[in-house]
Write a protein that binds this ligand. Structure first.
Ligand code: PLP
Length: 406
């Protein structure tokens, strides 16, 4: 729902042109509805939220507590404390090109890094290609920058991934950039090294900026961790890598993300941030520093979280495979199952109707695909205790059978 539509009857507040098209986050709305029903006493299984259900590892919590006691309670440099930017740059440099800490900007979650990058790069008259389905906020961030968000639909038969030819076909002389996200929210698809290389090549040939959102990179189920654009790009001149601690380290509430960008863009993003939020919370920066520098402890906790996600993913896949006609993307990363529950007609919005019935009649919350511009689909998160994930998946299949007369 447009915020404007929701406030028309309110005489005191008339939304500015800046937010006239803004829609509330459908993923957050779905989660809020589930929480409200739960508060009213319903035993809702919430598979809507995209948030690890684990506690932040103890070594990170302790490091932040120590930092607070040692006085990390004041403003820091807008772009983040130097040791954290050095740690981010060091890890990035291990993948290939030397990245100086001056190219790193730490923000209040990777969401802010993405917004800062869009706002600094794109503007009126620019087209920005968004492989679709994609995380709901990209469309809004591009629109808030007054640029034109251009959905580029991938092929459902290959996890909705896009190819260079699809990007080229959707491009015009106004195309300024492309948003990439691997592993992908909402599909769980992961671009192979070759696929990512090919996308970066076309972007480079055409002079487009690439914003590569790699927030789920540590959560992948293949033999190796998902490929980073840093690893395969032949030039980093027009590439922004966005990452953070939220998903890999179960640190969603700490709000630390970062961008690695060419120096001039990094400076512009810092200047923008200096007028909005200033630095990300100082204790959180120290927590993130501990996460990135205590490598042994960090890799042990990431490995155990990913092993648990994999166990749930395998359980989910085993259940949905029991219904051969139910189409879904086999997740190779992140923690979502993306399943087709109806037709593509946006006017009917089968995915929203399905999600509503699943919640009201079967007490399971999922996110309707219309949030990602694919109305015939739903996204189910398996970042929840396994018993609920298994039961929720069974109920999803039950409702699908009911609707399809099986
Ligand atoms: N990018 C994607 C694809 C996401 O799914 C999310 C959160 O759900 C984010 C970025 C935001 O992460 P953060 O908590 O670091 O702002």
């Amino acid at each position: 729902m447009s915020l404007l539509a929701g406030t028309r009857s309110n005489r005191t507040f008339v939304p500015s042109g800046n937010i006239a098209q803004l829609r509330e986050s459908a993923t957050i709305a779905a989660s809020a509805r589930a929480k409200a029903l739960r508060a009213a006493g319903r035993a809702i299984i919430d598979l809507g939220a995209g948030e690890p259900d684990f506690d932040t590892p103890e070594f990170i919590r302790r490091a932040a507590q120590r930092a607070i006691d040692a006085g990390a309670t004041r403003y820091t440099a807008t772009e983040g404390i130097l040791p954290l930017r050095e740690a981010i740059a060091r890890r990035a440099s291990e993948m290939g090109a030397e990245i100086p800490p001056g190219n790193v900007v730490v923000s209040t979650g990777s969401k802010q890094s993405l917004f800062n990058a869009c706002f600094c790069l794109f503007g009126e008259g620019d087209d920005v290609l968004i492989p679709t389905p994609s995380w709901t906020s990209y469309y809004e961030m591009v629109s808030l920058s007054r640029a034109n968000a251009v959905p580029v639909y991938g092929d459902p038969a290959s996890g909705w991934k896009v190819t260079p030819a699809m990007l080229e076909a959707a491009s015009t002389s106004r195309t300024k950039g492309v948003m990439l996200n691997s592993p992908c929210n909402p599909t769980g698809a992961v671009y192979s090294r070759e696929e990512l290389t090919a996308l970066l090549e076309v972007a480079q040939d055409r002079g487009w900026w690439v914003i590569s959102d790699e927030i789920y990179r540590a959560i992948s189920y293949g033999d190796a961790i998902a490929t980073s654009a840093l690893d395969v790009a032949s030039s980093l001149d027009r590439i922004v890598i966005v990452d953070g601690v939220a998903k890999a380290y179960a640190m969603t509430g700490w709000r630390i993300g970062w961008a690695i960008a060419p120096r001039e863009l990094a400076s512009a993003m810092t200047a923008l941030q200096s007028h909005t939020t200033s630095n990300a919370a100082a204790p959180s920066q120290h927590g993130a520093l501990a996460a990135l520098t205590n490598r042994e402890e960090a890799s042990t906790s990431i490995a155990s979280m990913v092993a648990e996600f994999r166990r749930r993913r395998d359980a989910v896949i085993a259940i949905v495979r029991g219904e051969p006609e139910l189409d879904f993307v086999e997740p190779e990363g992140a923690f979502y199952l993306f399943a087709r529950v109806g037709g593509d007609d946006p006017a009917r919005d089968d995915g929203a109707a399905f999600a509503r019935r699943l919640l009201e009649e079967h007490e399971v919350a999922v996110v309707p695909g219309s949030a990602f511009l694919t109305p015939g689909w739903v996204r189910m998160s398996y970042a929840a205790p396994i018993a609920g994930v298994i039961e929720g998946t069974r109920r999803l299949v039950t409702l699908w059978r009911e609707i399809n007369g099986r």
